[in-house]
Design a binder for this molecule. Sequence first.
Ligand code: NAD
Length: 495
Amino acid sequence: MAWTKNGNLASDIYDNPRMLLIGGQWVACSTGQTIPVLDPSTGRQVATLQRGGAEDVDMAVAAARKAFETGPWRQCNGVMREQMMRRLADIMEAHCDELALLEAIDGGKPIAVARQVDVLGNIARLRYAAGWAPRLIGDSFEPAINAPMHCFSTREAIGVAGLIVPWNFPLGMAISKMADALAAGCTMVLKPSELTSLATLRMGELIGQAGFPDGVVNIVTGFGAEAGQALADHRDVDKLSFTGSTAVGKRLLQAATGNLKRLTLELGGKSPAIVFADADSDVSVRGVLRNFTYNSGQICAAGSRVFVHRSIYDSFTDRLAKAADGIRVGPATATGTEMGPLISRSQQDRVNGYIAGGVADGAQIVTGGGHAAQDGGYFIRPTILANSRANMAIRKEEIFGPVATISPFDDDDLVAIAAEANDTEYGLSAFIYTRNLSKAHQMARLIRAGTVRVNGAGLDYTMPFGGYKQSGWGRENGQEGVLSFTELKTVMMAL
Ligand code: NAD
């Protein structure tokens, strides 16, 4: 069933509620209820999802358990898993325009970005993880006991994984978690965000074509407090991989205690961007702008607290404001759109609330502020706020919109600068702009965050990603990501 006709969403997606994927079958949810899907560029309903609940999660976990314990998946070695994953990547690539359109309509991403980054970028991510499948090897050991023994370790799939995904990178996060879990040999239940499930459901259909046995990948749509919580609480789920807010992450920590399921938490952030006086001005303006406007600022790793050396503060702020003003804000599928809408009306209101609160607290709008008028869509103009203080909400809390504070720093006391940058309960990312290699290295050491990027370096799925402090537990991506879906077994044989 193709979901586009001549580049438009096929009427099928408008007319028929999307189903749940359980044990290889597309089924209606047991609650009999549905969730409307709105296009954030217009505010109009485009589709309907199943409102899955605890009973559906139960069935999906049972299907995943059966596939893990007794199905043909169990007989698939790493080479076979790699082949299946590569087949899925090829099929998805053949459908990349359709997946990009779904991602743009569902999540408000500019369609060209959705195609290049979210779809093709994550198909590459899937191929990368596939390469790990036959390479998950253990060690051999020389025991301390002086007796003839053969001792070795093996990596085994952890079992049934629950994958809970947010709305800001819906298909990308789903692929990323699923790819690492498949490479490790797990089976899984995927719970996309209730706001953005369409491309993930379409991927579910393509998974069937790639030859994965029934029950290896199950998809249950629904609200977080219902389907999500049921998955987190479930005693037959061995590992939970969650990306979302810190508040929900803390709840999942409690849920995991029931059966001590393994937990990876990728949570919120309030990351600093530090621009030294010697920074390349083109690189730093471009980088800082991108850090807080990419994906309409709905990025966990957004560089939303900008610190600029006082000697260049005025000129830098001026250039940054002009560049922010120049961003073309518009509907996700319109040609030339550089920044789409926010995900929902409530997110738009929330971001507007932060801007208004910041102004009430004494901050000054350098540029932007409030809605960008577009009929029905949830648009906000890129906004820069000066004169903030460290104790203001706009400096402390994750805004998750295209909003940054900008503040000057006076000298190059690196310890003092790092202390200000580290003055947050989060620790996901940091951005440093300088031409001085020694300064860059020293700052990278002083910063308490999982990823430090110097002079505009982009994220890369070959490297571990995750947070210090309240930004999370564990790492995704790279070898670490795949290993997080494995258990390590030690075998000791007396000879
Ligand atoms: P959210 O926490 O509200 O929801 C994330 C997912 O969890 C959704 O699928 C939701 O349905 C589900 N969920 C909600 N309540 C649940 C519960 N009680 N039990 C189980 N599941 C539940 O987050 P969001 O608003 O969708 O996403 C934005 C947040 O995600 C931001 O805080 C952002 O920083 C974070 N994020 C982090 C990373 C990272 O890698 N660190 C990446 C992207 C987004």
